[in-house]
Design a protein around this ligand. Structure first.
Ligand code: GLN
Length: 537
């Protein structure tokens, strides 16, 4: 087994500094230099996973191949590194406590008082090292969610302190991400908040090895010297992270600042290889110099918080670059779409994406958006709930089943063209009980999906309880909507299309989770291509 090295990333001053992007960018550079790297996120909340959180609280819930419902940062890790993550990459306080309490009930600690230290901290350390063991990684980067000084982060910081001591300074280091605010009135960058956050980290017995400083303006040598002196780091270990035009610039910015070099030096790792980022920079060049533009409507009910659709918007960036096209998104709240205004709201878009979701809020608007796309031959991609709405719209307006609906919205509905999966009928618990993770889907040759994937068999990730009701399949197909992707084991319809439409595809799964910089998702690429064609009309 490898002697895995550990890099911990903590955050100070404020949340939302982009620890996930810094961690992913560092991992990218180390990966390019020939190391096997993975990233882990430790989340200090009590939910077992973010699956039970409203997207307004926490942004999108990201789903892995193994069916874990996880933090959206794992999406960034996959998009940057182009390698799959799993349940082991995201651990919450809830999960830690649950396993400690299970052990207590089993009698594993018989005779002992079970305490935060050592039992909770041991469990945290175990989870960090487990990831290293399962993947045989050279380097594990562990991002500690929250901000240092938070009560709920304390057991994590203590676990980091213990691991630094146990592993030794050549094997484990801490990167502290902080903010250097610019005070316009004084015309100055201020270091004091950083000094305080480092002090608070030190009170827990942890000194940062490297400071990564988020800033709107270039940090001068004087400020670097000051930060180094008061935060107990070398001047070369003060890394500037200046605001970037796109998150995809950050690996290059970190490379220029030498973050990978200082990390390797501290960990006593040698790599003569420089990170070439060749394919990455090809992607960036096309992203920044598009030759065309399209406008895509995203119709959803969480659009006030665009992080709720993080993987979808990133997938558009990847697919846009691959088509050398700038994708402008028109965010449309599904609750704002009515029978009176839907034509106006959607006029001029080159493509419509109806987003995933749960419950009946905004449902009528989603159905209207589908109708507009179908009738006006606008390229359409429906994801999960969006696909289900496409089936309902078709059943109502083409088959004439006016009361067609999903039993999710109307349990006693007469024509449940979408209904609860049989496997879900006895499910009473909410957390982690949906149909989750990667499932196989066979694709019909000659279909739009086949033309996109160029494969007859795919694996895509799921998160749903309801499905296409196969009792209606024959009628629906007869009228021109085809089931072109099927789960070979259960017969569940995974993809629907309208062959007579330029590009109308609904998928029960979530393609957005698998789109990465180096491997833009084929369906998104094909959807943007169709939108581009539409825009030239
Ligand atoms: N609410 C729908 C279901 O559970 C769709 C879920 C989704 O869009 N992820 O089947």
């Amino acid at each position: 087994m490898k002697n895995t090295k550990y890099v911990f990333v903590t955050g100070g001053v404020t949340s939302s500094l982009g620890k996930g992007i810094i961690a992913a960018s560092l991992a990218k550079l180390l990966q390019e230099r020939g190391f096997s790297v993975t990233i882990q996120k430790l989340d200090p909340y009590i939910n077992i996973d973010p699956g039970t959180l409203n997207p307004y609280e926490h942004g999108e819930c990201y789903v892995t191949d193994d069916g874990a419902e996880t933090d959206l940062d794992l999406g960034h890790y996959e998009r940057f590194l182009n390698i799959a993550t799993s349940q082991a990459n995201n651990v919450t306080t809830g999960r830690i406590y649950q396993s400690v309490i299970d052990k207590e009930r089993r009698g594993d600690f018989l005779g002992k008082t079970v305490q935060v230290i050592p039992h909770i901290t041991d469990e945290i350390k175990h989870r960090i090292q487990l990831l290293a063991e399962t993947g045989d990684y050279d380097i594990v980067i562990t991002e500690i969610g929250g901000t240092v000084g938070d009560i709920e982060s304390l057991p994590y910081v203590e676990s980091v302190r213990q691991m630094l001591w146990e592993k030794g300074e050549e094997n484990a280091i801490v990167i502290h991400l902080t903010l250097i605010p610019f005070l316009a009135a004084a015309g100055e960058l201020k270091t004091k908040p950083t000094q305080h956050s480092v002090k608070s980290l030190m009170q827990s017995g942890v000194s940062p090895d490297i400071l990564v400083c988020r800033t709107e303006h270039e940090i001068s040598d004087d400020i670097r010297r000051k930060l180094a002196l008061f935060c107990n780091v070398k001047q070369e270990d003060v890394i500037q992270s200046i605001d970037a035009e796109t998150i995809y610039d950050v690996p290059n910015l970190m490379y220029r600042e030498g973050l990978d070099d200082v990390v390797l030096k501290k960990l006593h790792l040698i790599s003569k290889k420089k990170p070439a980022l060749k394919k990455w920079n090809e992607f960036l060049a096309k992203h920044k110099n598009p030759t065309s533009e399209v406008e895509i409507a995203i119709v959803g009910k969480y659009i006030e918080l665009q992080d709720s659709y993080k993987s979808i918007s990133e997938a558009f960036i990847h697919a846009g670059s691959s088509n050398e096209t700038k994708v402008n998104v028109r965010w449309i709240h599904s609750e704002d779409i009515t029978t009176e205004n839907y034509q106006k709201k959607l006029k001029g878009v080159n493509g419509i994406l109806v987003a995933p979701g749960f419950g009946d809020r905004g449902i009528d608007g989603k159905i209207k958006a589908v109708q507009y796309a179908r009738e006006n031959k606008i390229p359409f991609l429906g994801i999960c709930l969006g696909m289900q709405m496409a089936v309902i719209e078709f059943a109502r307006n083409v088959l004439g089943l006016v009361d067609a609906f999903s039993s999710e919205m109307k349990p006693d509905c007469k024509n449940p063209v979408i209904n609860l999966m049989e496997s879900q009928e006895d499910v009473t618990q909410k957390g982690g009980t949906m149909r989750l993770g990667a499932w196989k889907c066979d694709i019909l040759e000659g279909s739009k999906a086949y033309n996109a994937y160029k494969e007859t068999s795919i694996f895509e990730r799921h998160r749903h309880r309801y499905e296409f009701n196969n009792d209606y399949k024959d009628q629906i197909e007869l009228k021109g909507m085809k089931a072109t992707g099927i789960n070979p084991r259960t017969g569940l319809v995974e993809i629907v299309e309208i062959p007579s439409h330029p590009w109308f595809v609904g998928v029960q799964y979530h393609p957005e989770y698998k789109s990465t910089v180096l491997k833009p998702h084929p369906l998104f690429v094909s959807f943007i291509k169709a939108a581009l064609k539409q825009s030239k009309k």
